[in-house]
Design a protein around this ligand. Structure first.
Ligand code: 5GP
Ligand code: MN
Length: 335
């Protein structure tokens, strides 16, 4: 397998993670399988190295991730601010996993200042923030979970792995690639999958928990969006889908129900880009997806305060749902 890191940096990382230290590991707002997998796996690797750890995420994660090993130890900041802030204040190390900017920590960085000299950032999004003390950035990686496995392999730390850690890492590699359907092209990607299966991860368990464990509300919402809330512009090759707060409420929306909807129109011949606009209580959220060379992250950044990868980006708007949709439609040819 090819290496992806500077060997000295890998050595420095493992030396830095000394027994007896306290580490807080952060995943991004709206935590997904990769953010949870990477933080939970790294926390267990560090525990196995003698550190004490706490995983903190800004807000709640979907119920279909609660089976993940040690998911019950994750602290959600919103609603548990004081305990989280105490843990953060006492930490020697702050690990940022699967995000590239302080702003992706939602209310955490709105309320408190995180000391950059304590921060280690491990992430596969392009353009990582440089105001950190140690940086592992690899935009070509399928997932942050793949990057964590490679930190183990390139640091010769295989003895720290176990089946639970391998299951967490496989989860991020499965969810960030849509079940191995995109960003999963290289022999090395499957080399990592193979190593995780050898370490005890069970592929069918991950697929069953993540893809065959849906709420009825997800199915009802999918019906609504496909039947009534989909607009196809073939001359631009763009699909736009939307879900208003009342669509969500009527169908009994639960967090995570709309995961993956935005990818679906890409299966229509002639559609290369897809957008989902969702009206949440505090903001309107936009998700962008594209295929091949078509990029969506620049548009998300320029028009909707967001960013992300070339083929998968997100953004948000404080305007009304209707005005957000109007502004999107008006600028659609720039996407
Ligand atoms: P999703 O559509 O699944 O929420 O996000 C797709 C990708 O875009 C993810 O890689 C995510 O990290 C990134 N992303 C989503 N929302 C935002 C945002 O508000 N700001 C930035 N910078 N990136 C985002
Ligand atoms: Mn990721």
């Amino acid at each position: 397998m090819n290496t992806i890191y500077n060997a000295t940096l890998v050595e420095q990382f493992w030396l830095r993670m000394q027994a007896g230290k306290k580490a807080v590991l952060f995943g991004h707002k709206n935590p997904d399988g990769d953010a949870l997998g990477a933080t939970l796996a790294m926390a267990q690797l560090l525990e196995n190295s003698g550190l004490s750890t706490r995983v903190i995420v800004p807000d709640a994660f979907p119920g279909f991730y609660s089976w993940m090993p040690k998911a019950d130890t994750v602290w959600v900041y919103d609603g548990n601010e004081q305990a989280c802030e105490e843990a953060i204040q006492q930490a020697d190390e702050l690990l940022f996993m699967d995000f590239n900017q302080y702003g992706r920590l939602g209310n955490i960085t709105k309320n408190i200042v995180l000391e950059p000299q304590k921060v280690v950032l491990i992430d596969h999004h392009p353009n990582p923030c440089s105001d950190v003390d140690m940086l592992f950035s690899h935009p070509a990686a399928s997932s942050t979970c793949e990057m964590v496995y490679r930190l183990v392999a390139e640091g010769n730390k295989h003895d720290l792995l176990n089946a639970g850690i391998a299951a967490c890492l496989l989860t991020g590699m499965v969810t960030d690639t849509g079940g191995f359907s995109y960003n999963a092209e290289t022999p090395d990607f499957f080399g990592v999958v193979s190593a995780l299966l050898t370490a005890g991860a069970v592929k069918s368990e991950v697929f069953n928990q993540v893809f065959y464990n849906n709420n009825e509300s997800r199915f009802r919402l999918l019906g609504t969006v496909l039947q009534n809330n989909l607009s196809l512009n073939y001359s631009l090759g763009v699909a736009v889908m939307w879900l208003s707060a009342s669509d969500l409420e009527r169908n009994g929306f639960q967090k995570g129900d709309t995961e993956g909807f935005v990818n679906m129109p890409l299966s229509i011949r002639g559609i290369q880009k897809s957008v989902l606009v969702t009206e949440h209580a505090d903001e309107v959220k936009l998700s962008f997806r594209s295929q091949g060379d078509a990029a969506v992250n620049g548009f998300a950044e320029k028009y909707f305060n967001g960013g992300g990868h070339r083929n998968a980006a997100g953004g948000h708007s404080k305007e009304s749902f209707e005005n957000t949709l109007k502004r999107l439609m008006k600028n659609l040819e720039k996407l």
